[in-house]
Design a protein around this ligand. Structure first.
Ligand SMILES: Nc1ncnc2c1ncn2[C@@H]1O[C@H](COP(=O)(O)OP(=O)(O)OP(=O)(O)O)[C@@H](O)[C@H]1O
Length: 237
């Protein structure tokens, strides 16, 4: 295994005049839980889409586990896009059985353990679930896979604080033992601060800081303080 799961060198992606990624350069270490942090529109989702090959950069170089993104590297990535939904007429059990049939590296046994751990009623229809319950199903479809990298785009959006804390607690417990590299994006770090052991702060399509979260706290206080400074435009490259 290479020491960095992701290497990005001067990656640019524009939509018309808007540079979603602006010469983004960063390295993400393997085997850590990395937070990709930054306000709305700073390029987090576009960055994730370039990792999965869904978006092709205009220029620059990206490597996932030492290789350019392709269908082959995608076999080893579990990706939860933003605004992911499951079929409302399916039950939780049907969703997990689909995962078992179609997702590389999926373990139904692990999925069922996670469902039990996250308090999912397997016979409940997804359409009747709360946002938090549905979010747990989508997470399990990623976490039950034996892949090198798990990429979760805003997995906590729209989920109330109590459910969010419960999901984060189960993630910490579950991922602590794992050697998988996990990337999680969020623009709302308040309730997930304890989750990340490595952090990347993004702004205007660039990484303005990256490093161990403990170093960030020593240097700047809590992640929440860093965020506040960033919004107040006190943070300069
Ligand atoms: N398909 C697209 N077409 C046009 N503009 C886009 C497209 N995708 C992203 N953008 C623009 O690129 C910029 C970065 O968007 P992106 O979704 O990557 O940011 P983000 O940090 O994930 O935001 P959020 O936290 O709101 O999800 C935004 O200004 C957005 O409007």
């Amino acid at each position: 295994m290479t020491s960095n799961i992701v290497e990005c060198h001067q990656v640019t992606k524009s939509y018309g005049k808007k540079k979603a990624l602006n010469e983004l350069t960063l390295s993400i270490p393997s085997g850590r839980i990395t937070g990709i942090l930054g306000p709305n529109g700073c390029g987090k989702s576009t960055f994730f889409r370039t990792l999965t090959g869904m978006v092709r950069p205009d220029s620059g170089r990206i490597e996932v586990a030492g290789k350019a993104p392709s269908w082959q590297t995608n076999q080893d990535i579990a990706y939860l896009p933003d605004r992911a939904r499951w079929y409302p007429n399916h039950t939780a059990r049907m969703a997990l059985e689909w995962g078992n049939s179609f997702l590389p590296g999926f373990s139904l046994e692990r999925a069922l353990q996670l469902a039990d751990y996250m308090d999912i009623d397997l016979d409940m229809r997804v359409g009747g679930m709360s946002r938090g319950q549905e979010a747990r199903i989508m997470l399990i479809l990623c976490l039950a896979r034996d892949v090198q990298m798990i990429v979760l785009d805003e997995p906590f959006t729209g989920i109330d604080v109590i459910s969010r804390e419960a999901i984060v607690a189960s993630l910490i417990d579950y991922l602590e033992e794992s050697e998988q590299s996990v990337l999680i994006s969020t623009h709302d770090i308040q309730e997930v601060e304890g989750l990340f052991d490595y952090s990347v702060m993004m702004k205007d399509g660039q990484a303005i800081w990256s490093g161990s979260t403990d170093d960030l706290r020593v240097e700047y206080g809590s992640l929440r303080d860093v965020f506040r400074k960033m919004y107040m435009k006190e943070w300069n490259k």
